[in-house]
Design a protein around this ligand. Structure first.
Ligand code: BES
Ligand code: ZN
Length: 464
């Protein structure tokens, strides 16, 4: 191990220059003008897998963006890790708020800036380098690895469920490892055991059949932007709870043990508010900030538009208004059920003065993963070695839709071993990854693969 770790030390500069190439490909999955870049990026991942010694590398087509698969199966008797990640990224706008161009990796201070640096190309790359270091030194790995790097995670992994169903044999493994989440805080490693689900929809409100002169018609018809604002404002009550009948019906309540554990975590609402430059925090009454963001469902407006938004003033009473709305979900809510509930509610409360049309986007289910599995034990040991501290356990507010499907379709539990940080601007301008976490991640990756067989054997011995 010593040799491998010092190899990592002496290759740090090369890692950065390779990562720069990976991050330079604008693999935005939601915008069709980037479809060519998605292909290029899949090819980059495949080529890189080849260069580090992975085998049976395949770029596998789906009805959407391709999945990149590879394997190394030279450790008979050792566990097989299905390593999942994604090479697609979120859109970069608003572009003018980036300090340096989103696809030109730039190091400022202690951070690596670029779209995808944290979510998730940087974290996928961490494992590529962990595998490379082990292969370089030993010519083999202590475990079997199957890598599954997809291109549609940021748009709800909509073709991955079918892909997994069609490739059950190929994806057979003992556990799933995902690095696509965050640590609790800088230098504070953590294992995540919960992710929220998602239901995403878009509302279109139509008023008059055309844009109108607001002087001639103002006062005669319901302005769609106003009507939509009224609708949206009614979706929360005075306790900041989602005001849709049935919304909380299936919510799994936090246990006393969890609430007590979250209270013990280092957290300051004041510092949190200060970091975000808000005078006070907001959210469902009766729950702490960690509880609200990790274990309670929410409803957010992601975007809202209509009427004139160009330079200067234009007096117009618009014909249409739009909003994109998402709900973050918790166990045991079901994405499809909540989508329907929200759509029906909006249609029911819409006034006669406007028409409402709702379309559904993607969704995904919330996940809770076990924390006593051999995989988690190996991850705990690896983090302790990679970051010099015992990890804590946390849930996360974001979503990785395939986690639940891996359990359902392949019977596999997931280890969520994130190296990002909650305030690294994922999905927003100036996304970055802490450089110490990047290198610490590579070391942790190596330790994880090295530790796993020990914990796995302990498990099978116990069973006997
Ligand atoms: N890396 C995130 C998921 C994540 C974020 C986990 C924060 C833990 C903490 C992932 O790439 C992501 O953003 N997923 C989408 C999924 C959605 C489009 C279905 C999300 O959460 O918005
Ligand atoms: Zn991600």
């Amino acid at each position: 191990m010593e040799k491998i770790l010092s190899y990592i030390e002496s290759n740090k500069q090369r890692y950065l220059s390779e990562l720069k190439d990976f991050l330079a490909i604008p693999s935005v999955s939601s915008q069709s003008n980037h479809n060519g870049d998605i292909q290029l990026c899949a090819q980059w991942v495949a080529d890189h897998m080849k260069s580090i010694g992975m085998q049976n590398i395949r770029i596998m087509t789906t009805p959407g963006h391709p999945v990149v698969y590879s394997e190394w199966l030279g450790a008979p008797g050792a566990p097989t890790v299905l390593l999942y990640g994604h090479y697609d990224v979120q859109p970069v706008d608003p572009l003018n708020l980036w300090t340096s161009p989103p696809f030109e990796m730039t190091i400022r201070g202690e951070n690596i800036f670029a779209r995808g640096s944290a979510d998730d190309k940087g974290q996928v790359f961490i494992h590529l380098k962990g595998i490379e270091a082990m292969m370089k030194h030993n010519g083999k790995l202590p475990v079997n690895i199957k890598m599954l790097i997809e291109g549609e995670e940021e748009i709800g992994s909509r073709n991955l469920e079918d892909f997994v169903k069609q490739n059950k044999e190929l994806l057979k493994a003992n556990l799933v490892l995902i690095s696509d989440s965050s640590m609790y805080a800088k230098g504070v490693p953590s294992i995540a055991y919960g992710l929220r689900g998602l239901a995403y929809l878009e509302i279109e409100v139509t008023g008059p059949n055309r844009d109108l002169h607001s002087g001639t018609y103002g006062g005669a018809v319901h302005n769609p932007v106003q009507a939509l604002s009224e609708l949206i404002a009614s979706l929360h009550d005075k306790n900041n709870k989602v005001n849709i009948p049935g919304f909380y019906n299936d919510v799994r309540q936090l246990t006393k043990v969890e609430r007590a554990a979250y209270k013990k975590l280092p957290h300051s609402d004041k510092a949190y508010a200060k970091d975000l430059k808000v005078k006070e925090l907001w959210g469902e009454k009766g729950f702490s900030t960690l509880e609200r963001t990790w274990a309670r469902p929410t409803l957010e407006v992601n975007g809202m538009w209509g009427g004139y938004i160009g330079e200067g003033a234009k007096t117009v009473l618009p014909s249409k208004a739009f909003a994109k709305i998402s709900c973050r979900l918790v166990p045991d809510q079901k994405s499809g059920k909540i989508s329907k509930l929200v759509v029906n509610h909006i249609k029911k409360i819409a006034p006669m003065s406007i028409d409402v049309n709702v379309i559904l986007h993607h969704g995904g289910e919330a996940a809770i993963t076990p924390i006593d599995s051999p995989g988690v034990k190996a991850a705990v040991a690896a983090l302790e070695k990679g970051f010099g501290k015992k990890p804590l356990y946390q849930r996360e507010g974001g979503s990785i839709p395939i986690v639940v499907q891996f359990k359902k379709l392949l019977g596999l539990d997931t280890v969520l071993l994130g190296f990002g940080l909650p305030d690294e601007n994922a999905h927003s301008p100036d996304e970055h990854l802490n450089i110490d976490h990047f290198y610490g991640g590579i070391k942790t990756s190596v330790h994880f693969f090295n530790e796993l067989p020990n914990y796995w054997n302990a498990k099978s011995k116990k069973k006997k």
